[in-house]
Design a protein around this ligand. Structure first.
Ligand SMILES: Nc1ncnc2c1ncn2[C@@H]1O[C@H](COP(=O)(O)OP(=O)(O)OP(=O)(O)O)[C@@H](O)[C@H]1O
Ligand SMILES: [Mg+2]
Length: 257
């Protein structure tokens, strides 16, 4: 066993020992907010998006902590809005809270055929770098952190493995037709486990309680989102085949943490 996998299995043992009270997704936001502060200062995020930094939980290799970037806090986002936008509550601009609530609702009310494409949520926790959403960290079978579809497409193009996983994802997603924001290739991961792979959405769930529409209308909206998703995938492939450079964000991911 390599030094890396020893560390990983040590962390996994610790992960199992985490108190469940702090990580029960079915409790209210208040209860879900763990009382103890998690220290992540000095840790290097394994990835980041336009809004948040993503850390491996120091006590759990299978837990991801998402923290707002310093210039993307709810208060700063609200401040940049116009008069009407500034009348909204801070909660409205709290990406972690919105994400936690949306993910909790999806896990409670949708079948396994849908939730297998979602990380589990462990609730909101306090860190020494601000509030965080604690969620399942998606890793491949070899222990490496799973890649985004965007990054995978740049490296491998549309191969059989991805095509198969995408077909399953789209069929499952359409069957349940959940609310979501636009499906962006940098917000979905390809989780590879042996010869099986699964597409997992890690960001962009929409708002909790959004889309109170009859199934037929929801389905129509999802069909539209899936069509645009295909277009975005094709744009990445076209740019790759035209010899253009990938977006900077694909370099942010450090898979071996
Ligand atoms: N649960 C997870 N498991 C593995 N990797 C993850 C997970 N969540 C996020 N990531 C990685 O971190 C990156 C940034 O996370 P995320 O998309 O949540 O940040 P964001 O700032 O909200 O993004 P955006 O710019 O789309 O608003 C993702 O593209 C992905 O590579
Ligand atoms: Mg994102």
């Amino acid at each position: 066993m390599s030094c890396y996998s020893e560390r990983l299995s040590d962390n996994r043992r610790q992960a199992r020992a985490l108190p469940t009270a702090a990580i029960d997704p079915h409790r209210s936001d208040r209860v879900a907010l763990s009382k103890s502060i998690v220290h992540i200062q000095g840790l290097v995020p394994f990835s980041k998006g336009g809004n948040r930094l993503c850390f491996v939980h120091p006590d759990s290799a299978d837990t991801c902590l998402k923290v707002d970037q310093a210039n993307r806090t709810p208060a700063m986002k609200r401040q940049r809005k116009g008069i009407l936008g500034r009348l909204r509550s801070l909660q409205h601009y709290d990406e972690n809270l919105q994400e936690y609530r949306a993910l909790r609702t999806l896990h409670r009310h949708y079948p396994e055929s849908l939730t297998r494409h979602l990380p589990r949520t462990f609730g909101l926790v306090e860190t020494d770098q601000g509030p965080a959403h604690s969620m399942e960290l998606i890793r491949d079978g070899d222990g490496l952190i799973s890649e985004t579809l965007e990054r995978y497409l740049w490296a491998n193009g549309m191969d059989e493995l991805l095509a198969q996983a995408l077909a399953e994802f789209k069929a499952d997603w359409l069957q349940s037709s959940p609310p979501s924001r636009d499906l962006l290739p940098h917000n979905l991961l390809l989780q590879k486990q042996g010869d099986k792979s699964t597409v997992v959405l890690v960001d962009g769930y929409g708002r909790h309680g959004g889309w109170r529409l009859p199934y037929v209308l929801r389905r129509r909206r999802v069909l539209d989102k899936l069509r645009k998703f295909d277009e975005r995938i094709n744009i990445v492939l076209q740019r790759k085949h035209a010899g253009e450079n990938p977006k900077e964000r694909i370099r942010h991911l450090q898979r071996d943490q």
